[in-house]
Ligand binder design. Structure first.
Ligand SMILES: [Fe+2]
Length: 244
């Protein structure tokens, strides 16, 4: 990697316009990117949903979409560097996915971000994770604090750790009202140093300010140094040879 990020690096965002439930227009993407820059971000991975009903979101198309949005950012003089990625939805079929088709951070086949929505950890969870790891990938679970299974039993994080998973917390959950389970679990995991990194998981301009409020709350709770580690130093490890 030639370039060393000096600002924050967003590791989870639905910034690419019109390809999932994230930003729906170029204007929305540009406005979100401006806010990120104002909040101190210099880089952002674009991690659209990788769902069976969104077959266009794949290893070939995502880098092209990222390049197109980068051109628009450059044209608008918004100094945010974009890097391709994706958010894989873990499914029973994940055990059959080949390395060529796995969308990874920077498409560098090193780190993969996945999400799972579950009231209970399903039987396919461990085989699917093991399969990703067997291909040499470090698997990162997105926003565990949003999973019912984790809210019901936060010690599920011990199991994730035993499996060798890294955890990505959502900034928004730290900006949620203090009585919510998402906020409570996120604060607990932050205090227990469970997170490898924090991401915005931004979807649109409307909810981005709340997510950035969560960034300020994280700093308040864990301190500047810790949050730099979670939003810059650890995310740098995902960049590898992703940038030319
Ligand atoms: Fe997401």
């Amino acid at each position: 990697m030639d370039e060393v990020a000096t600002g924050r690096i967003d590791v989870h965002s639905h910034l690419l316009p019109g390809i999932d439930d994230g930003c729906q227009s170029l204007e929305d993407s540009l406005a979100c990117a401006r806010l990120l820059v104002e909040a101190g971000y210099t880089h952002s991975f674009c991690t659209p949903h990788i769902w069976p009903n969104l077959p266009e979101n794949n290893v070939v198309n995502i880098p092209k979409r990222v390049a197109a949005l980068q051109s628009e950012l450059d044209r608008a003089a918004i100094s945010l560097r974009l890097i391709p990625g994706g958010e894989i939805n873990l499914r029973p079929e994940t055990v059959r996915v080949g390395i060529d088709e796995v969308v990874t951070y920077g498409m560098s086949r090193k780190h993969v971000l996945f999400d799972l929505w579950a009231d209970k950890i399903p039987p396919f969870f461990e085989p699917a994770v093991r399969h990703l790891q067997s291909m040499g990938l470090t698997a990162i679970l997105a926003h565990p604090e949003r999973m019912r299974a984790v809210q019901d039993d936060p010690s599920t994080a011990d199991y994730f750790q035993e499996l060798g998973l890294l955890l990505q917390g959502n900034l928004q959950c730290l900006g949620d009202p203090p009585t919510t389970q998402t906020r409570q679990v996120a604060e607990q995991f932050l205090a227990e140093d469970r997170y490898f990194m924090l991401g915005s998981d931004l979807h649109n301009l409307t909810s981005l300010p709340l997510r950035l409020k969560g960034l300020r709350r994280a700093i308040e709770a864990a301190g500047e140094e810790k949050v730099w580690q979670l939003t810059r130093d650890h995310p740098r490890q995902l960049m590898h040879e992703a940038l030319p």
